[in-house]
Design a protein around this ligand. Structure first.
Ligand SMILES: [Zn+2]
Length: 417
């Protein structure tokens, strides 16, 4: 009898609990929805879907030579993302092949010149406090103030330049929007003011000086979220001169869209050293990078002083290939010092193993400074069609194309009829 009396309330309680659980969880579960794959829908269908699911859908359009007009190129967020009311979804639709008039209007020229800028120190002093013009810290303009560097980045942006990675450029990958031109930033010597660490935050991440080169580049990234911000840092055995943080810095750089390359162990003049020492200088630096960021550094050398100055010099071969301490190294490109823009990777003038750079300084528009160098390529600069899978050039420049990297070549009449 005792047992029977207890069983009744337990059963009732259990039923109540189940009912309660169903009430609490079931409606929620039934409302949980996930984003569909929009790639098979057309614009009208997508709009209907967005309305039904109460999503805030936004459409963007991009030309794409091999994808039919109206086809979805990208949906952001991706399918199967949990839907919330009013969630923003961006759908990029193909505009199909670019009409030739668009090439004409934008003066697309993918065999044009590409500026590779060369920086050294970025010093955090006001430009008005230097002895020289335009934010140069030294007479020759190898070093810039933080203020001037901010101005340089703004100038590149306003003049229609968009940053690309050096490692992509040497492989014929140029991904900038229609009508824009690529620009490449490089920093030599691994100066502390290129990446100054002020300490570590509680979560272990690096506290970066907002006025060092990376601090300024990251600030720029925040300001223009649609703009790829990248640069290649060429370091020596002292890396970034901060033994406590050097390894963290290299790891941070390759994790945040920047690159690290080889500037030799000790900055020798290759015309004044033996083949053996040359291989030690290049191979030794390669091994340091390989230990800290294996497979993640670029096989590119920034030549110290631009030496050996000529490709015919015996040590030039040792910059590109060699063996040191039982390990061999191969480099795919080398950078010189100064004085003008280099060429499109598709151009017959392109030689990745002997690239020219522009000294990034300001001298009132003379002596090969930034303004002068960019003005020099005003009408010859590389202008993108916005599609990295094609090479687009005016008819008259077709014979300038030497290397296509397997991409389709499209030509057009320069003058509209
Ligand atoms: Zn140097």
């Amino acid at each position: 009898m005792k047992r029977k009396l207890k069983k009744g309330p337990v059963v009732v309680l259990a039923i109540c609990l189940i009912v309660l659980l169903v009430i609490v969880f079931f409606p929620k579960r039934s409302k949980e929805r996930f984003l569909a794959d929009l790639s098979s829908m057309d614009r009208t269908k997508i709009e209907e879907y967005c309305e039904k699911e109460q999503l805030s859908c936004e459409f963007q359009e991009e030309y794409h030579s091999s994808v039919a007009k109206g086809t979805v190129l990208l949906q952001e967020p991706s399918q199967d993302t949990k839907i919330s009311k009013g969630m923003k979804v961006i759908i990029t639709l193909s505009l199909g092949e670019v009409p030739k008039e668009v090439y004409q209007e934008n003066k697309v020229n993918e065999v044009g010149r590409v500026p590779i800028m060369m920086y050294h120190h970025i010093e955090n002093i006001p430009s008005s406090e230097t002895k020289y013009t335009g934010g140069n810290v030294d007479k020759d303009g190898y070093n810039r103030t933080a203020e001037a560097f901010r101005g340089d980045l703004e100038k590149y942006y306003q003049e229609g330049y968009r940053m690309i990675a050096l490692k992509d450029y040497v492989k014929g990958i140029i991904d900038v929007p229609l009508g824009k031109s690529p620009i490449i930033l490089t920093f030599d010597d691994g100066n502390e003011d290129n990446f100054k660490v002020l300490g570590k935050k509680e979560d272990g991440s690096l506290k970066i000086d907002p006025n060092c080169a990376i601090g300024i580049l990251e600030e720029f990234k925040q300001k223009y979220p649609d703009y790829q911000v990248t640069a290649t840092f060429f370091v020596m055995k002292g890396l970034f001169q901060q033994p406590e943080y050097n390894e963290d810095i290299l790891l941070w750089l390759v994790d945040h869209g920047y690159d690290v390359g080889n500037h030799t162990l000790n900055h020798p003049d290759f015309t004044k050293i033996s083949a053996e020492v040359a291989m030690q200088e290049v191979g030794g630096m390669d091994q340091i990078l390989n230990e800290i960021i294996p497979g993640k550094y670029v096989s590119i050398v920034a030549l110290p002083f631009g030496s050996p100055y000529k490709k015919t010099h015996a040590n030039f071969a040792n910059v590109l290939n060699g063996t040191y301490d039982g390990k061999s190294y191969q480099n795919i490109a080398a950078l010189r010092v100064g004085w003008e823009a280099d060429y499109s990777p598709f151009s017959d003038n392109f030689d990745p193993t002997f690239l020219k750079r522009i000294r990034a300084y300001d001298n009132n528009g003379v002596d090969f400074d930034i303004a002068y160098s960019l003005k020099q390529i005003q009408n010859t600069r590389y202008i993108s069609d916005g599609d990295r899978s094609t090479i687009v050039v005016p008819d008259s420049k077709k014979e300038k194309i030497k290397e296509t990297y397997g991409l389709n070549v499209i030509t057009y009449d320069e003058i509209s009829s």
